[in-house]
Design a protein around this ligand. Structure first.
Ligand SMILES: [Fe+2]
Length: 242
């Protein structure tokens, strides 16, 4: 995708990268055939991009429940919040608007991150392509990057949140970030690899066994998707730099 500097800045401003830039496994509002990309309350579930039974160490029961109940609730709630926001007037109390806008951000990020999460599962866990070399170069070895990513994930064990490998468009490099909830993600980056650390992502299979879940996550990473995201981020980075 060729992108002008202006288009890139618009696309990545205010943390909107994942909603506007095509990403494996993610719904793109701009791609909607029905032309309803800006209509409130029209978000639909993106199907799982893999056969749930095909994952290794993450049960189909867990994955289907996660997709339908947790991701599904985020989509449904985002639609409801957008419908409520469409009814806001100058008479609406500020605390109501404040609450709705907070929920809009929470559910929007939950939808995006879940789509990225499912979009980077379904693989064989073997890192490939440009991203594999870039991580090796940036961290002094691919194993060292993996050690850090796992440690960040484990730091969220027993709680909730997300662990993300991100392309940081401020620094122009690869960083691993922590997000304690849906609204603490990097504002000017593209998530490349997303690991859901909410207990609903593993409790059904492993109870409080966070380490076993992290192991299973790595076994199932779809590195082709991560690589595609990274190569697209590099193109955007070139456009942003002008
Ligand atoms: Fe989740």
């Amino acid at each position: 995708m060729n992108m002008t500097r202006r288009e890139a800045l618009i696309a990545f401003a205010a943390g909107g990268s994942a909603t506007l830039i095509a990403s494996p496994g993610i719904a793109l509002a701009a791609d909607r055939a029905d032309g309803l990309q800006f209509a409130p309350g029209k978000h639909a579930l993106v199907p799982l991009p893999f056969e749930p039974k095909a994952l290794n160490g993450l049960s189909d029961k867990l994955i289907i429940s996660h997709h339908e109940n947790n991701y599904g609730a985020a989509v449904k709630n985002l639609n409801r919040v957008e419908e409520e926001l469409a009814r806001v007037t100058k008479e609406t109390p500020g605390f109501v608007v404040f609450g709705l806008k907070e929920r809009e951000l929470t559910y929007t990020n939950s939808v995006i991150l879940h789509e990225l999460y499912f979009g980077n599962l379904g693989g064989d866990g073997k890192a490939v392509g440009t991203i594999q070399k870039a991580l090796s170069d940036a961290f002094g070895g691919f194993g060292r990057w993996e050690e850090i990513f796992r440690a960040v994930g484990m730091s969220l064990g027993g709680g909730s949140g997300w662990t993300m490998l991100d392309f940081n468009f401020h620094a122009g490099d690869l960083r691993t970030y922590w997000s304690g909830n849906h609204t603490q993600a990097l504002s000017f980056g593209e998530p490349l690899l997303v690991m859901d650390m909410y207990e609903h992502a593993y409790q059904m299979d492993y109870g409080a066994g966070t380490a076993k879940y992290v192991d299973a996550f790595f076994v199932n990473i779809q590195w082709d998707s991560v690589n595609q995201r990274y190569e697209r981020a590099l193109k955007a980075w070139e456009a942003i730099r002008g």
